[in-house]
Every structure is written in structure tokens, then in C-alpha cells.
Design a protein around this ligand. Structure first.
Ligand SMILES: NC(=O)C1=CN([C@@H]2O[C@H](COP(=O)(O)OP(=O)(O)OC[C@H]3O[C@@H](n4cnc5c(N)ncnc54)[C@H](OP(=O)(O)O)[C@@H]3O)[C@@H](O)[C@H]2O)C=CC1
Ligand SMILES: CC(C)(CO)C(=O)C(=O)O
Length: 293
């Protein structure tokens, strides 16, 4: 029998995965920050289909244990969001955090140290246009536990509903690679307000190289030598493959939303024992242009 999955942070990715877990056979409940109606319809348009599903919607303040919780807020909001359902979770609650950045990992562990925390990352692009969720493509989704353990039984539900899903026994390494790539691309695109591919041009070459070199140095400090040695070419490949994309950080800046800079650049800076002046300057530039949460 499939599980009940509650979803905390029902934005673009939360709505997409509500559909996917529903298709995997899970009973899905959306957690609302304030009391709303008992149901919420999410219309999801993908390149292949257009489907509306009516989900049961419950308030974070309600009572009742949560067995499986998918958290899809922004990284900086995850700890605060989990705090709101703290009374509904216990050592048997499975937590899955699916978001970019790294800061949420420590924040979630601080709120619920007794819960098994699984980490996930997706390249499935999705955005909202009023009441419609629009998915760009299937993307790839990685999930795993930092101990490198084998997949638990609930993973079968995910396998049935989530396309291009991979269980990872090295999820930490994969997330660190993702945060390193995001740190090399997103802040520069956001500060200069350019698409990802523009960073390959002569105009941004020097600054981009110094960002990548500082991230490489931090990866080396952390012992990720293989990631470090390939980072320059990995980043250039992602810039090329996503040349026409507006990065998530630039989208946040253009929409006047708080970015995930703290959780990406800020987290990397906290991992280093050396000064990293280019990254530090970029972080303070981003902090100066973004609204308070
Ligand atoms: N969208 C995409 O294409 C991709 C996103 N990601 C990553 O996935 C994560 C989620 O992104 P995305 O879905 O786009 O973000 P959204 O801003 O669309 O969704 C975040 C959701 O979290 C909710 N939230 C914020 N604070 C709280 C809180 N304290 N309690 C409960 N809910 C809260 C927001 O609620 P409210 O609406 O009320 O503010 C919002 O619905 C990010 O880390 C992002 O980088 C990764 C790959 C692709
Ligand atoms: C496209 C890419 C890889 C750029 O870092 C990304 O993940 C984002 O925009 O957040």
C-alpha cells in the first residue's frame, strides 16, 4: 500500500511533485501556511499533457502525525517552514528536502534532529502562471541519504511517478557539485542581468574565471578534488547547454524575490578558512539588491 505524502512549500516544484507522487500512487496532502479551503486544484501543463488534480489541503497548524514529508520551499525558508509542523513530526517521519543550495540541510537537522532526512535535487524546470503550473520538461531527479544507504520501500512510489529518477548513494557529492555550478553561474547572471550563455563572452571571462577559481579552491579545501579539477569545463558546458536560460537567481531578482544566494554563495564561504574576495563581493552585491524575506 502506498504512503501519504504531505508537501510543505507548494510553489512551482511542490505542485509539480504533488502531481508526480499522485501518479506514483501516493495519497498527497498539501500543507497550507494559513487556513484555506479543504481542497486545492493544481493544473499542470507539460509538453505532453494538461491535467488538473484536486488535492486535499490542510493547514500546517492542524493536528495529526505526518509520516512522509516532502519539503519544496526555497532553501532559506526550509527550517522556518518545518518549525510550523514540528508538532506533527516524530522520529518515524521521513523528510525529503528537494531544493537548491545547502543551508537548509543544517537548518532542517536543527529543527528535527531525530528524523531521517533524505536529500533530493531536480533539474525539472517548472514555473507558475497564475493558477497554472507549467513544466518545461521532465528533467532529472536525484535522491538519496547522506549515509549512502540503499533505497527505502517508499522509493517505489517515487519510481512509479517521477520520470528520470535516480537513487544516489553519493547524494552529498552530487549536491555539492550542483551548488558549485550554481555558485559559478547564478550570481553573475543576477548581478549583470544576463542569460547564462552571456557568461561565456569576452566581457565576463575574467570575472567568471575568478569566480570559478575561488569555488575550485573551496572544493579542494573540502576534499572534493575530482569535482574541483573538472569544474572549469563542467561550468562552461552548463553555460553552453543552458545559454538561452534565465537562471533561477536572475528570475528571483527580476521578480523582486529573495534569492538563494545565502544558501549557495554564503554556504560555500562558510566552508572556507580563507578569504574568497570575488565570492564575498558577489554575495554582498546580491544581499544589497534583494528584499527581506
Ligand atoms: N522552479 C524550478 O524550475 C526549479 C526550482 N528548484 C529549486 O526548488 C526549490 C523550490 O523552488 P520553487 O518551487 O521554484 O520556489 P517557489 O517560490 O515557487 O515555491 C516555494 C514555496 O515555498 C513556500 N514557502 C516559503 N516559506 C514558507 C514557509 N515558511 N512555510 C511554508 N511554505 C513556505 C512558498 O509559499 P508562498 O507561495 O506562500 O510564498 C512557495 O509556495 C528552490 O530551492 C529552487 O532553487 C530546482 C530546480 C528547478
Ligand atoms: C541553469 C542552472 C544550472 C544555472 O546555474 C540552474 O540550476 C539555475 O538556474 O538555478
Amino acid at each position: 500500500m502506498s504512503e501519504t505524502w504531505h508537501i510543505l512549500g507548494v510553489g512551482s516544484i511542490g505542485g509539480l511533485f504533488a502531481h508526480r507522487l499522485h501518479h506514483g500512487g501516493a495519497t498527497v496532502r498539501l500543507l497550507a501556511r494559513s487556513r484555506t479551503s479543504a481542497n486545492r486544484t493544481i493544473r499542470l501543463t507539460t509538453p505532453e499533457s494538461d491535467q488538473s488534480i484536486r488535492f486535499n489541503c490542510v493547514s500546517v497548524a492542524d493536528e495529526g502525525d505526518i509520516s512522509h514529508l516532502l519539503i519544496t520551499s526555497k532553501s532559506w525558508a526550509a527550517g522556518l517552514a518545518l518549525q510550523k509542523v514540528r508538532h506533527r513530526i516524530n522520529h518515524q517521519t521521513t523528510l525529503v528536502a528537494m531544493m537548491n543550495g545547502m543551508q537548509h540541510i543544517a537548518d532542517l537537522r536543527a529543527v528535527a534532529p531525530e528524523c531521517p532526512l533524505f536529500l533530493a535535487s531536480t533539474t525539472a524546470g517548472c514555473h507558475r502562471d497564475k493558477d497554472r503550473w507549467i513544466a518545461a520538461g521532465t528533467g532529472k531527479t536525484l535522491i538519496g541519504h547522506p549515509t549512502g544507504s540503499a533505497a527505502p520501500t517508499w522509493f517505489e512510489t517515487w519510481q512509479r511517478g517521477v520520470p528520470a529518477l535516480e537513487w544516489c548513494t553519493d547524494i552529498d557529492e552530487r549536491l555539492i557539485e550542483k551548488v558549485a555550478i550554481n555558485a559559478c553561474i547564478n550570481p553573475l547572471t543576477a548581478v549583470h542581468r544576463v542569460k547564462n550563455g552571456a557568461l561565456l563572452s569576452e566581457a565576463f571571462k575574467a570575472e567568471s574565471n575568478s569566480v570559478i577559481s575561488e569555488v575550485v579552491a573551496i572544493l579542494e579545501e573540502l576534499g572534493h578534488t575530482k569535482l574541483a579539477s573538472g569544474l572549469h569545463s563542467t561550468v562552461r558546458a552548463v553555460m553552453t547547454d543552458t545559454a538561452e536560460n534565465t537562471s533561477s537567481m536572475l528570475s528571483d531578482v527580476l521578480a523582486g524575490r529573495r534569492t538563494e544566494a545565502d544558501s549557495i554563495l554564503g554556504w560555500l564561504l562558510t566552508q572556507s578558512t580563507h578569504d574568497r574576495p570575488t565570492l564575498r563581493a558577489l554575495l554582498s552585491q546580491l544581499q544589497s539588491i534583494e528584499p527581506d524575506s
